[in-house]
Structures are given as structure tokens and as C-alpha cells.
Design a protein around this ligand. Sequence first.
Ligand code: SF4
Length: 145
Amino acid sequence: MRIVSACLAGIPCRYDGGDRCVPAIRELVERGAAIAVCPEVLGGLGTPRLPSERRADGRVVNTAGVDVTDAFILGAERAMALCREHGCTQAILKSRSPSCGRGTVYDGTFTGTLTVGDGVFARLLLEAGIPVRTEEEFPGDPIQR
Ligand code: SF4
């Protein structure tokens, strides 16, 4: 079983009310091979919401300067609980997100600048030994294999 970012499965849960549907990932969910979660929604943040970024000190702050770290941590923990409940052994998450990004995230300056780091949920998964890939690591349709 996989756990995937809900926005990649076509659920309109992004901060701007949109999604980032990858048809192959949506199909995984539709045929019961993956569960879809949005850690930010699970943390109680509404949709749409102000965009947030992780700063170098690890805090997550939105464009109004509000520290939303606690909501991000709560959502990541709730998503992690669902991951365990469903026996997920791998994850496919949205790149560069402050929750779901793996390896690279925006740097907290809201200037489109990337830095090395993981989103809050991706970090929890990696610490639990669950491999995390991003949608960008699935060119074409290899996810079906
Ligand atoms: S928190 Fe993750 S699942 Fe939710 S909108 Fe952002 S990238 Fe997608």
C-alpha cells in the first residue's frame, strides 16, 4: 500500500484551491492501491489558505507572517497515523511542498528560492524508514509497474 499526496490524486486541497493531478497516481487511489492524504487539511488548515514555507529554523510561516508550525506538525502526525493504520510502505508526495516536499523545499522567503530540506510530513515518513518519492520521479507511467 502507498500513501500519496491528495493533490496528486486530483483532490483540490492545495492552498489555492487547486490540485496537481497525476492521472497514474489518481488511478492508484481509485483501485485501492494507495490512500490519499493532505497533511495541511488534516492539521485543520482550510482550503483555500495562505501559502506557507519552511524557514531555515524549521518553523513554517505563511505569507501573513503567522507561524503555522503547530498545524503542520499536527497534520503530519495525523497523516502518519493513517499511514500506519493502512500499512503503507512507500510514499509518493508533491515536490517542494512545506508538508510533502522531499529533498528540496522553498526557503521561507516567498521569493521562489529553493533550498535543501524536507516538508514536515515527508520528514516524519523518512524518519520512520518509509521511502518517499516525488511525482517528478515518475516520468511517463512507470508507476503502474
Ligand atoms: S499538503 Fe501535501 S497533499 Fe496537501 S496540498 Fe500540499 S502538497 Fe498537496
